[in-house]
Design a protein around this ligand. Sequence first.
Ligand code: CMC
Length: 428
Amino acid sequence: MSNKATLEINGEKHEFPLVVGTENEVGIDIKTFRAATNGVVTLDPGFKNTGSCESGITFLNGEQGILRYRGYAIEELADKADFLEVAFLLIFGELPTKDQLEKFHSDIKGQSIVDDDVKKIIDAFPKTAHPMGVLSSLTSALTAFNPSSVNVDSEEDMYNSVVRILGKFPVLVAWTMRKKQGLPLDYGDNSLGYVENVLQMMFKKPNQDYVQNPIIIDALDKLLILHADHEQNCSTSTVRIVGSSHAGLFASLSAGISALWGPLHGGANQAVIEMLEAIKEDGGDTHKYMAKAKDKTDPFRLMGFGHRVYKNFDPRARIIKKSADDVLADLGIEDPILEIAKGLEAEALSDDYFVKRKLYPNVDFYSGIIYRAMGIPIEMFTVMFALGRLPGWIAQWREMRLNKEPIGRPRQIYTGETLRDFKSINNR
Ligand code: CMC
């Protein structure tokens, strides 16, 4: 294969080098495009064809349904690793040794106190506030309580900010839920594992002990691993682009949380359960909703289906579907919406509309069913996604800063009015 791409504009030929990744993905390097073509730009709304960076963190092949973190298959990580190991792997590039993992966890625990004044900020939110809005605000507010900006050239500084946010973020997650439920805003227990501590902080009632359930710990650990990174998705690209202006880590993460909130992205896990509930309330007629999803005059979409990159089964969905079955069976829960979900999936997989467009269940199709079985309120589902995605956002932010990427600033093709004369207000 030639290592150049040639483009002809108005009879003039321009050559651009090809970039080949370690998995043989090919890109056309257009860094010099605008200068070489005298001001021509590429136009790609939604960045469907645009690589925004070179990255060594996550490999995903949507056609073959492959997802790997730092070269390790997601199936193997979900089966054999725990969430903190995966967080270390994503952020620092290698699986930790036993000593590194112990130190990492101990350093995170050392940072697990959030300034008590943050509670005043939470108190100012109405109980009706959506937890994602609260979480995004609190993450941004952490900047005020931890003002030192990261010296990205100092490994120590970088490490300290990583453990600081990994320590404080679960506290904020728990507080957003407890605020809504009118429960006291407590701290965790440093004798517990990372995921056990999250569960205890979320669910412990002031007047009784919280009894840990190994099935729930294991299922949550898996869910967090499966959500931990997904290369240049909407929220991760947001984190990178905000960080590219040299805004701090917490500010960049806060923007990522806002991006994740939308129902086309992380908010889909909440939207899936709302959709399945609505179908149940409406008599459970899945055909009716399949028809709505296919009707181009109806805005309804089958939530939890389709993906920008996966044009094959989302490998995370396979693992989560099995986990949903196991968790519900282990906990002895019969959830009628699981049957509706399976019915929709079976119909969609054999329906021409979905088959032709390569629309398969995505990670969010079954995750909400597990969260619900764990007793997590529906509005908290996307917050749980954020908790899982945190190491990925950090890893991508760190990579972007260490690679000294330039500030993100796309161009546009202007389609508005050309120059016109100002009309005074009485002549309009
Ligand atoms: N239900 C019905 N039709 C769909 C759906 C769906 N869920 N998703 C895509 N389509 C159709 C779409 O109407 C279009 O049809 P046509 O070619 O006739 O115009 C075609 O499939 C391609 O869709 P698109 O919107 O151009 O694809 P996209 O890559 O821009 O969007 C998506 C990807 C995930 C936003 C979209 O599939 C969707 O809205 N899905 C539902 C929301 C959802 O589950 N989001 C979670 C994504 S996974 C979690 C995460 O990482 O964020």
